[in-house]
Design a protein around this ligand. Structure first.
Ligand code: PMP
Length: 456
């Protein structure tokens, strides 16, 4: 859908990057301009703007200054928020926000640890080419979509969904050849990660995982009051077995999380190192296989051998991020406990039905995966020969790569309408960017834009 900047009237086609929130939109150029204007003023000074911010609907007042544009108003808080989403870093706040503004509720009633957390932020930009979210670029084929629409019409929306999602679990059980009673579904695997941490935290309350990895392992453990133990991956982004086992021996974590293939590094961990972790852990080992469809390798059958192994999967990466469906596999004894903390009706009726329809027709999903894998090879080869780029090998549907100035390249790509993910931060991911593999055309657009940005 086309978005139009409410300040200069440029469309997302013309300006490539237009941020939209509610009914209002702002392009990158106007955002920079408004920030400069707001920065000129400090709180309390007479400022010719005011009124209600069209983005957050809050009135000017206190530290909030509202800039009045042609077709909309925007406040300094929204400007900073959008800026943070672009750069992935805290913005220097125009107008400043004083400590005194925190209410006692936030100061004294929020659980320790949560105040210092940053939310899992997903920038919301209208870009021509969206390669930032590790989603599939393919929508449903026409005949599958028509079937989905027919089925949705029949859903009694006034009734609660099947709390056990039995029919869907039966289909998954059949496809994976895994016992029905060993399967729990979640509102995305994010919810399953939370369920696991809620259930298995009765021992030491510690959660071990290698880093860099998927940020929700840390965020959720802190949110639940558990102690996260991050251990650096080795130079090849593989598990540092010695350090991990040392932590297992000395800190005895209730849970170990291993995302394989790992996000954002893209590689699968070596089998023998995963086995070492399984053998040495007396707590639960969770293998998060969100990207296993692209690596063609799964540890699912090994649950028979290791009673402490849980495997997580998701439908998000292969074309169905919108229905939020995560799948957890484990021994019945463990599943029984996890099921006690599952919120009632956690998978809604629409998602259940859509997944059922799709799982009866998986051919197009497999074709999509094969195409992504071919494209991944091509994009990797092209990145490898680019001057000033170091691409890391990937078993997933994205590629991590390092450049000399990641922030500059990220912004340059965005100005050309290509959105990827910026992971630049001090340490292992310094100057690293992650690109999701898209359609051949999208990948070409990305590669062309990257070449132009690097040579400018
Ligand atoms: N695990 C990993 C390793 C991921 O990268 C992601 C998505 N970014 C998830 C889990 C969450 O997936 P879902 O959409 O199923 O919540």
């Amino acid at each position: 859908m086309e978005a139009r900047c409410s300040f200069c009237d440029l469309s997302s086609r013309e300006s490539d990057t237009v941020f939209q929130k509610g009914e209002a939109s702002i392009c990158l150029e106007c955002l920079k301009l408004v920030k400069e204007i707001l920065d000129e003023f400090s709180i309390g000074e007479v400022f010719e703007g005011g009124g209600e911010c069209s983005f957050c609907k809050k009135e000017q007042g206190g530290a909030r200054m509202v800039f009045k544009g042609k077709g909309a108003r925007i406040c300094n808080e929204c400007v900073s928020e959008i800026e943070e989403q672009i750069t992935g870093k805290p913005a220097s706040r125009s107008g400043g926000q004083s400590e005194a503004q925190y209410t006692n509720l936030v100061k004294f009633r929020v659980k320790e640890g949560i105040r210092e957390l940053s939310p899992y932020s997903v920038p919301h930009f209208k870009c021509r080419v969206k390669l930032d979210g590790n989603e599939s670029p393919f929508s449903l084929p026409k005949e599958v979509l028509e079937k989905v629409i027919l089925e949705i019409k029949e859903i009694p929306i006034n009734r609660y969904p099947d709390p056990e999602a039995r029919m869907l679990r039966e289909k998954i059980s059949k496809i994976t050849d895994f016992p029905l009673d060993g399967i729990i579904l979640g509102n995305g695997s994010d919810e399953l990660i939370e369920m696991l941490m809620t259930t298995f935290s009765g021992g030491t309350g510690r959660v071990l995982y290698p880093v860099p990895t998927f940020s929700m392992f840390r965020i959720t453990s802190i949110a639940l009051g558990l102690e996260p133990i991050p251990v650096e991956l080795d130079d090849g982004f593989d598990i540092d077995v010695k350090s991990m086992i040392k932590e297992i021996r000395t800190r005895n974590p209730d849970l170990v999380f291993l995302a394989s293939p790992n996000n954002p590094t893209g590689n699968r961990f070596s089998d023998d190192r995963i086995f070492e972790i399984l053998k040495h852990s007396s707590g639960v080992v969770v293998l998060d296989e969100a990207y296993c469809d692209f690596s063609g390798k799964s540890f699912l059958p090994l649950i028979q051998q290791y009673e402490n192994l849980i495997v997580l999967r998701t439908m998000s990466k292969v074309g169905f991020a919108g229905i939020r469906l995560g799948i957890l596999f484990g021994r019945v004894e463990l599943i029984r406990e996890i099921n006690k903390v599952r919120l009632p009706y956690n998978v809604n009726s629409l998602s259940q039905r859509v997944a059922e329809v799709v799982l009866d027709r998986v051919g197009f999903v497999t074709e999509g995966i094969q195409l992504i894998n071919r494209e991944r090879g091509r994009v990797y080869r092209e990145l490898k020969i680019l001057n000033g780029v170091k691409a890391f090998p990937s078993d997933a549907n994205f590629i991590l790569f390092r450049v000399e100035d990641a922030d500059g390249v990220f912004k340059g790509l965005m100005e050309k309408g290509v959105l990827i993910r910026n992971f630049n931060s001090p340490g292992r991911l310094e100057n690293c960017l992650r690109v999701t593999i898209g359609t051949p055309n999208e990948n070409n657009d990305f590669l062309r834009a990257l070449r132009e940005v690097l040579s400018s």
